[in-house]
Design a protein around this ligand. Structure first.
Ligand code: ADP
Ligand code: MG
Length: 301
């Protein structure tokens, strides 16, 4: 098959592994820089150009769109979808996952356990929002943050109020969440492909750090999830509409709570900790599912 990957940095571990796995299984894969793609959306035939050259019709597109270019990246991905090219993850599902509030609202509607979360516009409601989640300590998150950046722990009501005020003054959208103390700097990352948990790790934050992200110095170890945790991870991925995702959960005294569903989960930590060939499983999913002309995406917008 003929694949294309949208990625800005072809040297990243995850991108290298996906290319290796595709080629090892007899496929071709082009890696193109999302920001160098030009689109013509006015013609009847949607056209994509890369460095002036018209791109061929691929069997599948693998989006690895960084959080800083979500808007343009999703427009490029939609253009591929308009050509009938199968996306590993659909643009609409990636859009849901990139907005933490939108994703949590979808998960809440499905009855999936979540940390108590509140949201309001502007700093005047700060006190109400803090009260809504049960008072300090609270976690304050940028709606479009990633890799642990933009996630802040406010230990007292006073600091929570000033952080909310500072974000509001900077016109940044945030949400406020109860702090789940049982997490104590660790969480679970479940890698879900096509509704099935194929690998899981426990991520432990570096000492003194409540965020367990590997990008913040955390480490990952292999763990087995309970059937309930597998079911919740799969349910969360399906609710957001992602074929391939990394579901972050914390083990709390009231059961597993989903924190977020990532649409471009990194492979390095989880392959390293579990020894599982996740890149190969992703490509195997495309072999099974992507077939140009037969597959229609569920829609855009
Ligand atoms: P990001 O998209 O930046 O990874 P997350 O919502 O996944 O944002 O939060 C990053 C990390 O911070 C989580 O993996 C977890 O370790 C910690 N964390 C986030 N929210 C909470 C919370 N409500 N209670 C306790 N720890 C949290
Ligand atoms: Mg996360």
């Amino acid at each position: 098959m003929r694949f294309v990957m949208l990625a800005r940095n072809p040297g990243l571990y995850s991108h290298v592994r996906l290319c290796e796995a595709a080629r090892a299984r007899g496929h071709s894969i082009d890696v193109i820089n999302t920001l160098h793609v030009h689109m013509n959306i006015t013609s009847n035939l949607p056209v994509l150009r890369y460095n002036g050259r018209r791109l061929p019709i691929y069997d599948a597109v693998i989006p690895r769109i960084g959080a800083s270019i979500t808007h343009y990246g999703l427009a490029v991905l939609r253009q591929f979808e308009m050509q009938g090219i199968f996306p590993l993850n659909e643009s609409v599902a990636i859009g849901r996952s990139r907005d933490k509030l939108r994703a949590l609202q979808i998960l809440a509607r499905e009855g999936i356990g979540l940390p108590v979360t509140a949201f309001a516009h502007g700093p005047r409601k700060a006190e109400d929002v803090i009260k809504e989640v049960g008072g300090a300590p609270v976690v304050i998150k940028l709606l479009e943050g990633a890799q642990g950046m933009g996630v802040v722990l406010a230990e007292t009501e006073g600091s929570a109020r000033s952080i909310i005020e500072a974000f509001s003054a900077a016109n940044v959208n945030i949400m406020v969440q109860e702090f789940v103390p049982e997490a104590s700097g660790s969480d679970i990352r479940a890698f879900v492909i096509d509704g099935e948990v194929v690998a899981a790790t426990k991520r432990i934050g570096r000492p003194g750090e409540f965020r367990s992200n590997l990008h913040r110095g955390g480490t990952a170890i292999k763990i087995d999830l309970t059937p309930e945790e597998c079911q919740i991870a799969s349910h969360a991925a399906g609710a957001v509409g992602l074929n391939v995702s990394g579901v972050d959960m914390v083990r709390s005294s009231r059961g597993p709570l989903v924190m977020e569903v990532n649409s471009s989960p990194g492979l390095e930590g989880i392959e390293g900790a579990t020894g599982i060939d996740i890149a190969g499983l992703v490509i195997a999913f495309l072999e099974k599912t992507a077939s140009y002309g037969k597959t229609q995406t569920k829609g855009m917008g």
